[in-house]
Design a protein around this ligand. Sequence first.
Ligand code: CA
Length: 359
Amino acid sequence: MKRRDFLKKAGIGVAASAAFGPVFAQAQPTVRWRLASSFPKSLDTIYGAAEVLAERVSTLTGGRFQIRPYQAGEIVPGLQVLDAVQQGTVEVGHTASYYYVGKNSAFAFDTALPFGFTARQQNAWFYHGGGIEATRPLYADFGLIQFPGGNTGAQMGGWFRKEIKSVDDLKGLKMRIPGLGGVVMSRLGVVPQTLAGGDIYPALERGTVDAAEWVGPYDDLKLGFYKVAKYYYYPGWWEPGPALVFIVNLKEWQKLPKEYQQAFEVAAAEANLSMVARYDAQNPKALQTLLQRGVRLRKFPNDVLKAAQKAAFELFEEEAAKNPLYKKVYTAWKKFREEQYRWFGVAELGYEQFAFPSV
Ligand code: CA
């Protein structure tokens, strides 16, 4: 481009924005939303996604669209976030959709299914595999619309007071493991329990539970589980890449100016990416700290993994026979998963098996 042309174009640009800017600014209303999170502030990585969303939305709208996050329990308990958004108590929530499988089992797909997607595959499914569209009708039935809102990456298999050498060692074991993972575990003889984050440590300490899963090294270190259970198992096959969601009251969403909707979507996508990047940056150091404190790292035996995978897919098929919406999403999910696994088994796995140190 000639210099004179460039200056001319730049000049037009400045003139246009000077004329357009104030008009745009004055036309846009001030909007204030409240966000209910399912998580405590102390879990800064997972709770932090709501802060990333709020800050970016505010910046992108010149401070006109304000979202104020509240931690679990401040407005509603952590497991009632969907209900609060549905009822309009708050306009937006940040939660894990699989907390609500009791309302409809298809809510599992936006978080994780046992032996499902890794974080990257979950994003491939959401953004370019039809995943977001696949569950929109489910949310619409509840007067909601959803956006991907973070991912922890592959989770750990949790804390065990005794070593697990085969499926037999799981029989009668009381374990804190919610959701579909718990259902699959129950088919291997485990007695699953659902406990909120703050109740896990005392239960493990007292022996009310023999094992407990939470997230991964960074969060688990903070909760101190290593002090009361020495064996730290991997992988968390029930959550290979669990995602979080922002859920918005559909009527409130429809009231937003198009520019605010765009700002929200962009900010949600940033929060989605940022969470897994933060976990990936922080987990290695936390795992080293845990190992220095005497934690014994163990991989689940192959017979446990195989039995769990078999039980998981039996459960998925049973659910598909019961719930038409689940079946519709599951059929597409399963096909996408097979394609993803075939591809990731080539370049990614080939590289990782060679280059990553084994523990
Ligand atoms: Ca977990």
